[in-house]
Write a protein that binds this ligand. Structure first.
Ligand code: AMP
Length: 572
């Protein structure tokens, strides 16, 4: 049997091992079907042994001195880590992680793993690279190559079909992990990827976002008890950090997250609960400085490479924390181009290392086909108007193109006027900021409960592999939820409503028809036809007798409205 060369991303927070299967890189599940292994080692005083990964992470609160995290930061330094009676080198501790990955992978693949490619940050110096090779050797592995992390990520995106591939040979890799931030500019010359410049901050990562949110939660908890001090409770800090991280992750997909945690600490013999809602807007304003710090580094690396933002051909996101929408937005503003995020940012580097392994052994490496959304999906909002029709035309994206499916994302929108009766939800797909240049894939009416202007409405799109999009629309603070399923491939819409019984869009349709019936730009015959149907429609709705007749008239009215609008548009 031909021996395989696995790729390993030996990360500060998490590590991943991958291999090439039929020419395509695949990450290998290590713990309970999950490929991401926390880079944590915890020593057990009882038997002199140690545990790795999630189990080790879970021991951290109870055994902080015996649990080693972020060992990567000490690689290549003359440090000695004292654990109980033992003194251990960073290389040795890293070797335990590597050994664990190789052993689990061997079990999965049913063959021993002897050879590996390991990735390191572009800024690692010679001593740090040598220490990484040594860690591999201590784990009983032959390190056939050390590869820069951004280079590994670029190797993956080389094989992902993309429309962003222009003529520019320059790629920028933005890597925001748990504890570190790295940004590099690469020049691609055929198979060779050269790091032109790299920068970063070894003490900035997703953990800092958790820390700021944790401090905010602590403040809220104090407020709940009338601003009094909380007694020192080490368990509370750990618990709040965990809640903060989970909340941060959920806020990447939705605009509001409810926190409802019981007994986060004890006060005067009674458990204290944490019960509040955090919005993405709040979280982003708490953490805006952190995003700015990364963007300063991006600008620094561009200066070093003597490049303008416009000269970068491709932007690649790596590291779990790049799932935060604020990262995407900051980069889109500076570079005015789409960001490549279709490959799981946690796995990308290991996948690239596996590709490098395949290239070394001469294995064919094929294209990477991903289950991603082919177009961005969003809806029409009021932010701008079409200059011809004077109708709102702004396309607000909910699920961006090239997002892995299945996926579910939600965004909050605001009503325009006091006591707004409802909204016509028009679902579009495409890449233009103007709906008129995108494709309408479905529309429906959503009646609103009386509320002041600017009250929030949350719209959630859940996109599955079959091309079905479930749209959930919810007027925040009211029991007013509507669910609609849209078949993107066949353009069919299926409405169902939760909470209150469905209401007919009578006011909306009648009002729109009435306006068109008075529009002198339309032919008199068309206006008469609209008015006739409108009157019958209102009568039938008022009598509330014949539901199928209401549906019929509604269809006729919608058709007439559409025709009239088309006529107006072509006549302008
Ligand atoms: P990495 O070191 O690349 O594994 O990244 C780990 C960091 O990514 C941690 O700080 C995680 O909290 C963060 N992370 C993972 N998933 C998400 C998400 N959906 N939204 C925001 N941060 C995330």
């Amino acid at each position: 049997m031909k021996s395989i060369v696995c790729g390993i991303d030996l990360g500060t927070t998490n590590s991943v091992i991958a291999f090439l299967k039929d020419g395509r890189p695949e990450a290998i599940p290590i713990e309970e079907g999950v490929a991401i292994l926390p880079s944590v080692v915890s020593f057990e005083a009882e038997n002199g042994g140690y545990v790795i990964g999630r189990q080790a992470k879970n021991r951290r609160a109870a055994f902080p001195d015996a649990t080693i995290t972020s060992i990567k930061r000490l690689m290549g330094k003359e440090s000695v880590i004292a654990v109980g009676q033992q003194s251990l080198s960073p290389e040795l501790i890293s070797s335990y992680i590597l050994k664990h990955l190789a052993e689990r992978a061997a079990e999965r693949l049913g063959q021993p793993i002897n050879k590996v490619v390991i990735t390191v940050p572009a800024y690692f110096d010679d001593a740090q690279r040598r220490a990484t090779i040594r860690a591999g050797e201590l784990a009983g592995l032959e390190v056939v190559r050390i590869v820069n992390e951004p280079t590994a990520a670029a190797l993956v995106y080389d094989r992902v079909p993309s429309e962003a591939d222009g003529d520019s040979p320059y790629v920028l890799v933005y890597d925001l992990g748990g504890g570190t931030f790295d940004v590099s500019v690469l020049e691609i010359k055929g198979e060779i990827k050269e790091v032109l410049a790299s920068s970063g901050d070894t003490s900035l990562g997703g953990d800092d976002f958790d820390e700021l949110l944790k401090e905010y939660l602590l403040g809220e908890l104090r407020e709940q008890i009338g601003g009094k001090a909380l007694t020192e409770d080490p368990g509370l800090r750990v618990r709040l950090l965990d809640i903060a991280e989970r909340t941060k992750m959920a806020l990447s997909d939705r605009p509001y997250v409810k926190i409802n945690e019981v007994a986060v600490t004890m006060r005067e013999g009674r458990p204290l609960n944490l019960d509040l809602e955090v919005s993405r807007v709040q979280f982003e304003s708490l953490t805006a400085d952190l995003i700015d710090r990364t963007m300063n580094k991006v600008e620094e690396v561009l200066r070093e490479a003597h490049l303008e933002p416009g000269e970068i051909g491709k932007l690649i996101l790596v590291g779990g924390a790049t799932r935060m929408p604020a990262v995407f937005e900051a980069l889109s503003v500076l570079f005015e181009q789409p960001v490549e995020h279709s490959v799981d940012p946690d796995l990308c580097v290991a996948l690239g290392a596996a590709i490098q392994g395949g290239l070394i052994t001469g294995d064919a490496v094929g294209q990477i086909l991903l289950d991603v959304t082919a177009h961005s999906l969003g809806l029409k909002t009021l932010d701008s108007v079409d200059h011809v029709t004077r109708e709102p035309d702004y396309f607000s994206t909910i699920i961006r193109r090239n997002t892995r499916i299945p996926v579910s994302r939600a965004e909050a929108f605001r009503t325009a006027v006091d006591r707004q009766e409802g909204v016509k939800v028009e679902v579009f797909q495409g890449e233009s900021l103007s709906c008129s240049e995108n494709t309408l894939v479905g529309e429906f009416f959503y009646p609103l409960k009386p509320a002041p202007a600017y009250s929030p409405v949350v719209v959630e799109y859940a996109y599955d592999r079959e091309g079905l999009v479930r749209i959930c629309i919810d007027q925040k603070g009211f029991d007013n939820r509507k669910e609609v399923t849209l078949d993107i491939r066949n353009r069919k819409i299926d409405e169902a409503s939760g909470g209150q019984p469905d209401e007919t869009p009578v006011n909306y349709l009648a009002e729109k028809a009435g306006r068109l019936a008075r529009d002198e730009r339309l032919a008199e015959s068309v206006r008469q036809e609209i008015e006739k149907i409108r009157v019958s429609y209102e009568e039938v709705v008022r009598s509330g007798e014949d539901e199928s007749r209401v549906d019929d008239l509604e269809d006729q009215l919608l058709e007439l409205i559409e025709r009239a609008e088309e006529e107006l548009e072509s006549g302008e």
